[in-house]
Each structure stands twice: as C-alpha cells, then as structure tokens.
Design a binder for this molecule. Structure first.
Ligand SMILES: NC(=O)C1=CN([C@@H]2O[C@H](COP(=O)(O)OP(=O)(O)OC[C@H]3O[C@@H](n4cnc5c(N)ncnc54)[C@H](OP(=O)(O)O)[C@@H]3O)[C@@H](O)[C@H]2O)C=CC1
Ligand SMILES: CC[C@](O)(C(C)=O)C(=O)O
Length: 342
C-alpha cells in the first residue's frame, strides 16, 4: 500500500502559532529544525545541559538557551534532539519530571520509543517528524528554498491534534516542499536502521573501501582507485537522484552499461542479499538495539576501535589530497559542535 503524501497546501503553521517549541540538543538535527522553524516564524527555545559546547553556538544564532528541564517546563512542543543512546538519561532527569498533559513530545527518529528505552506517560502526545536526510542538509536545503522529504508518525494522540502539529512542524522545517509521508514509529525505525547499516552508510563505505583496496592491492595508483571508487560515485548517485537508475544509464557509455547490468548482480549476489536479510532480522528483533545500547553503556570500546581503524584507512589520506585540489568542494572542519557547520 502506498504512503499518504502531504505537500505545501496540505499543512498549515497555525497549530504552532502562539506556542513555545523547545528543541533539546543543538546538534545536526536540532540546529536545523530550530533555525528553519525560527525562520518560518515559530517561537523556538533551546534546551541544553550547562557545559554543552552547543550552547554558545545556539546563543550566537539568536536563540534563548535554557537548561533542559527549564526549557521543557516552558514549552508546549518538545523536540528530543539528543543522541538516541543519551535520550534515557535526559528523559529521566529533565524531561519526565516536567511533562504534563497538553504537552507534545517530538522525535526525529523512533529508536527510543519503538525499542522502549523510555516509556512516556499516556497523557502526552508523541509524534515524529523525521527528515530523510542529515541535519546539515535539512538546513542547507531550507536556505536554498528546497526541502528534504520528511516522514511523520503519530504514536500517541491524547489531544486529538497530534497530526496537525506534526504537519505544521514538517512544514516549518521545509519538509512539505519535498513531500511529507505518513508512517509509523516501527516502520521508520526499522527501515532507517536498515538503510544506514546496509545501503547508505555501512554498505556503501564497505563497498567503496573494498573496491579501493582491490585496485591498490593489484598495483594501481591510489589516486586512480580513489576516483573510480569514491569520487565518481557521487556523480553517478547524483544522476540516479535526478532521474533514477535508467536516467543514470542514459548518461554512461554503453560499455559501462553492459558491465553494470552483467557484472553488478554477480558482485551484489544472493549471498549479499542473505546478509542484508540477516541484518534486517537483527533490527526487527531488537538484537541490534540491545547490542548498541550495551556498547554505549560499556563506554563504546568496540565502536571507538572501529572508528579509529576507519579514520586511518589509506583512502582518507589520498582523498584529502585530491579534494584539496577542488576548491569548490565544501570543506568541513570535523569535531566541535555539530551546529557550527552549515
Ligand atoms: N544526524 C542526523 O542527521 C539525524 C539524526 N536523527 C535523530 O536525531 C536525534 C539527534 O541526533 P543528532 O542530531 O545526530 O545528534 P548530535 O550528536 O548531532 O547532537 C546532539 C545534541 O544534543 C546535545 N546533548 C547531549 N547530551 C545532552 C543532554 N544531556 N542534555 C541536552 N542536550 C544534550 C549535544 O550537545 P553537545 O554539542 O554539547 O555535545 C548536541 O547539541 C537522534 O534521535 C537521531 O537518531 C534523525 C535523522 C537524521
Ligand atoms: C543515513 C543516516 C541517518 O539515518 C539519516 C541522515 O537519515 C541518520 O540517522 O543519521
């Protein structure tokens, strides 16, 4: 069954007018939602912990910044924009004690609610507004008059107005420009985790690195391997983004197209698809959520090791050198507050 879609004229900002909206956390998603909503005319305040490095950035962007508990008390709609693993601590300490009937809790990913790492009371509305893209792009696209397609979901509708509020928020961040699609917390959580592990982040980076390593180990120059396996990937994906796989194939050579259709399925074969299915089952059963929560609570030793190994992969060194030749490629200072980059 196809999803219900809402566009610009199907949503109004009215349900947020006269309301105070608190965004808790001012990182990748939080800063984008807060700035876009503010520029759409919505009254937004920010909630952060006292030592947060995001505080100064949020204040510089003209926001009133309060300690999290104070922001929750002052707000009608509260967006929880802290990392999924941190949500239980922030929720128990600062949000739950100040949640009263009439307030709305808003998430941009369903992990905490779906896997029940927190269980809010039945008196409040619980909604989701989840742009299908990284927060920095949610911000960038809004400033360019565009919008990232966005999912909404309603988990609890005590007020009877939860969907109007979700649609208003989605419109305020620019989502209705790209289309707003109705889903459930379960569907968003499971498909989002699948996408990021199997295709978008995990699958793609593993594919890129395996291709790069294969060429370099066979004696080719790392620059050739970088162009073939990473640089040109963006250009090919841009074409698929604009006009689908068929549109991309229209632009490539016939030799490339024959190699694509005849060799591609032998690389991503039934064995790979079986691995994909296994990853999906681990997500659906909650096994991945438990592993990630345990890893976080143990101080993330495996995560830190894997992160470090990946940072030191030779593709990063050659990529850094080659990107420095392309002045038009946006350079990102990594580290520091997520909100300081746009
Ligand atoms: N990144 C993305 O594009 C996407 C994220 N999401 C979801 O959005 C939510 C937020 O993720 P993301 O934007 O990546 O998070 P980030 O890591 O980018 O930012 C987290 C923010 O929360 C702040 N923070 C940390 N601890 C606390 C606390 N105890 N009290 C108040 N604020 C705190 C951080 O402060 P400090 O700067 O001091 O660390 C930072 O401002 C998650 O649910 C995630 O799944 C959904 C779709 C895409
Ligand atoms: C692809 C990563 C993502 O799922 C996203 C930007 O949508 C995330 O959670 O960051």
């Amino acid at each position: 069954m196809a999803a219900t879609i809402y566009t610009e004229n199907d949503a109004s900002l009215a349900p947020l007018q006269g309301k105070t909206c608190a965004v808790i956390g001012f990182g990748s998603q939080g800063h984008a939602h807060a700035l876009n909503l503010k520029e759409s005319g919505v009254n937004v305040i920010i909630g952060l912990y006292p030592e947060s490095k995001s505080r100064k950035v949020a204040e510089e962007r003209g926001f009133k910044v309060l300690d999290t508990a104070e922001a929750v008390k002052a707000a009608d709609v509260i967006m929880v924009a802290v990392p999924d693993t941190v949500i239980p601590k922030v929720y128990n300490a600062d949000i739950a004690p100040n949640l009263v009937e009439g307030k709305t809790l808003l998430f941009s990913h369903g992990f905490a609610i779906h896997f029940k790492t927190i269980v809010p009371p039945t008196e409040v509305d619980i909604i989701m507004v989840a742009p299908k893209g990284p927060g920095h792009l949610v911000r960038r696209q809004y400033t360019e008059g565009k919008g990232v397609p966005t999912l909404i979901a309603i988990y609890q509708d005590k007020s009877g107005k939860a969907k109007d509020v979700a649609l208003a928020w989605a419109k305020g961040i620019g989502g209705t420009r790209g289309g707003v699609f109705e889903t459930t917390f379960k569907e968003e959580t499971e498909t989002d985790l699948f996408g990021e592990q199997v295709v978008l982040c995990g699958g793609t980076t593993a594919l890129v690195k395996a291709g790069f390593e294969t060429l370099v180990e066979a004696g080719y120059q790392p620059e050739m391997a970088y162009f073939e396996c990473l640089h040109e990937l963006k250009l090919i994906v841009d074409l698929m983004f604009e006009s689908g796989i068929a549109g991309m194939r229209f632009s490539i050579s016939e030799t490339a197209e024959y190699g694509d259709v005849s060799v591609g399925p032998k690389i991503i074969d039934d064995h790979v698809k079986a691995n994909m299915k296994a990853a999906l089952v681990r997500i659906q059963t909650g096994e991945f959520a438990k592993e990630w929560t345990d890893e976080y609570n143990a101080g993330q030793p495996n995560f830190n090791r894997l992160r470090e190994e990946s940072k030191n992969h030779p593709i990063e060194e050659v990529g850094g050198r080659l990107r420095s030749l392309m002045s038009w490629v946006k350079k990102r200072e990594l580290g520091g507050s997520q909100a300081s980059y746009e």
